[in-house]
Design a protein around this ligand. Structure first.
Ligand code: LER
Ligand code: MN
Length: 272
């Protein structure tokens, strides 16, 4: 069954970014549960910043799960990433992500590699960056396996990275890895920039699709832009997707209205 989630950012440096809730875990959990979401997706500054027993208790109290944990705090707070020219920074990036995989694993949730993939620039060729990215996905994907969750890799649009911008290119890249535990995070906002067809791409990626950032063409809640949603949902059903549709969107006109529109749009297509 397809599940529903909404994003909460705990990272001050992410201000202005595409996250719905910004006022801490308690209010995010209370509003998400009241609106009927299954889970929250958490963007934290680091693994150590999360009080684990308190988060377990809060999720339980509200009947919520953790859908996923972002790792982009490593980029926003420290400017670390996996394809940096400096080997010490690449190592710090990998350890930062490994710690979030361990945190997320405790919540039976996957970690997401988005902005932590970095990009090819300066003395680092794209060819070299893709070798480092593959090494990191191999290592971290295998590391996540002990928790029975995948590692999510997000192909970002051309304005954010020059590594892998299209979903099928990323899926084909995974097929060269020894681990089968790396899955796609398909963000419809990035797909609207890069793909010929959102639905056709999801169908082509099939079993590789692990998580969806449910965002409209303008990065607002689905229904507030011009993305054609019925065909996307039909494609996800056709590939037997049973992960999360997670609203990683701008909090417009405000957080609660963006979250309410997200769940309304999902229920229009997937009635309970
Ligand atoms: C993160 O999920 C994302 O979509 C990126 O645009 C953040 O840089
Ligand atoms: Mn995203």
């Amino acid at each position: 069954m397809i599940k529903t989630a909404i994003t909460v950012s705990l990272v001050a440096q992410a201000k202005g970014g595409p996250f719905v809730f910004w006022d801490g875990l308690e209010s995010a959990c209370a509003t998400s549960a009241r609106l009927g979401f299954d889970a929250i997706e958490i963007f934290a500054p680091s693994a150590a910043s999360i009080a684990r027993p308190a988060l377990h208790a809060r999720l339980k109290q509200h009947g919520l799960s953790a859908a996923a944990f972002g790792t982009g705090g490593g980029w926003l707070v420290h400017k670390w990433h996996l394809t940096h020219a400096d080997p010490a920074i690449r190592r710090q990036a990998r350890e930062f992500i490994r710690e979030i995989i361990d945190l997320a694993g405790e919540f039976k949730a996957p970690a997401i590699i988005g902005s932590m993939q970095g990009k090819a620039e300066g003395e680092v060729s794209r060819e070299q960056a893709l070798i480092w990215l593959a090494e990191a996905l191999e290592d971290l994907g295998a590391h996540a396996q002990q928790y029975g969750v995948p590692l999510l890799y997000e192909a970002l649009n051309r304005y954010e990275t020059n590594l892998l911008n299209r979903q099928l290119d990323a899926a084909q890249f995974f097929e060269k890895l020894k681990t089968a535990n790396v899955k796609l995070l398909c963000d419809l906002f990035h797909m609207n920039i890069e793909e010929i067809s959102n639905a056709g791409t999801l169908r082509a990626c099939g079993r590789h699709v692990g998580h969806v950032h449910f965002a409209d063409s303008n990065r607002r809640a689905i229904g507030f832009g011009h993305t054609e949603t019925a065909s996307v949902i039909a494609a996800l059903q056709a590939i037997n997707f049973n992960g999360y549709l997670s609203g990683e969107i701008l909090p417009l006109p405000d957080s609660e209205a963006a979250a309410a529109q997200t769940i309304k749009a999902i229920r229009q297509h997937l009635p309970r």
